[in-house]
Design a protein around this ligand. Sequence first.
Ligand code: KG4
Ligand code: ZN
Length: 342
Amino acid sequence: MIVLGIESSCDETSSALVKDGLEVMESLVLSQIDTHAVFQGVVPEIAAREHLKVIDQITSQVLKNTGSDFADIDLIAVTAGPGLVGSLLVGASYAKGLALGAQKPLIPVNHVHAHVFGALLGTNITLDNIEAQFPLIAAVVSGGHTNLYYLPSATCFELIASTIDDACGESFDKVARLLGLGYPGGPIIEKMATEGDPKTYKMPQMMEQKSRLAFSYSGLKTHIVNLVHRIPKPLSKEQIRDIAAAFQEESLGQLVRKISAAIALKPATKNIIIAGGVAANQRFRELVRADINLPTFFPELKYCGDNGAMIASMGYFSYLNDARDSSKYQEYDWDVFSNYGF
Ligand code: KG4
Ligand code: ZN
């Protein structure tokens, strides 16, 4: 079964063709980072207009690169939320038009949940053996979310922890901006941190005093703001590296501690999935490997960020698991679409 996945929830336009759930035939991603970099963050109106310029071109290119046409596609999956509404509308309206024109079923996909499938792309898991991987715990750590899910089965998501303030990736972006390092902050902080000493500056451990399974990042960010305020300017390269290293170690440390706590709460857990933009961080992977004693799936680097392949993959499993049951299909959360009746 071949699924076309379309993603446009934030600042990446992406189309992909995925075969039988996890085999990526082609995935093209066009990032708008350069357009938004001057504003040091994503400007929603500009993002929507940029998607509109390229979405058809990128989808046509995916078909061309795979020698496919619409007749070869069995299902269209599209991000229906969460995301920037103008950006979502571009992808959703486009996918809806394609589905109507080509008479293909269309399925809405939750972007945050889809990141979990991004970590499974390219593995040899199939529809027949995927359920054997569950229950599992998935951490989706991105610019907008820091969520821990317990998945008793492939398409059942129980949210067990989220952030009470900033998302983890967002805190990387904010600290990078504070240190004058540019946007997006994650990769730059990671690079600076490799040359810094995480022990030079002591960081507070957020949420440690609370037994609640939840994340917090704004206190850590404020700590860095105050620290930078106290140091005479300009900061030296060495000071910037050490602050980046200390911040990174604690922000990732918090994730690993909470993942361990979640595993203790859910002893039936068989596997861990680490997903989302922050999953690209190599120090994060090292810390998880060192402290978590369960088999762990990390996405290939190209599937950490937003991409249409993860949307197609989640669309496939959702469609085969429950959406073919028409009563369930109608219950799907169409979000920006309004109801779509086929
Ligand atoms: O999943 P994603 O591409 O988009 C959202 O849905 O948010 O994640 C983007 C976030 C940004 O905040 C970015 O700074 C962060 O992921 N990020 C990283 C790294 N690469 C991207 N954070 C830490 N280390 C990285 N290497
Ligand atoms: Zn994302």
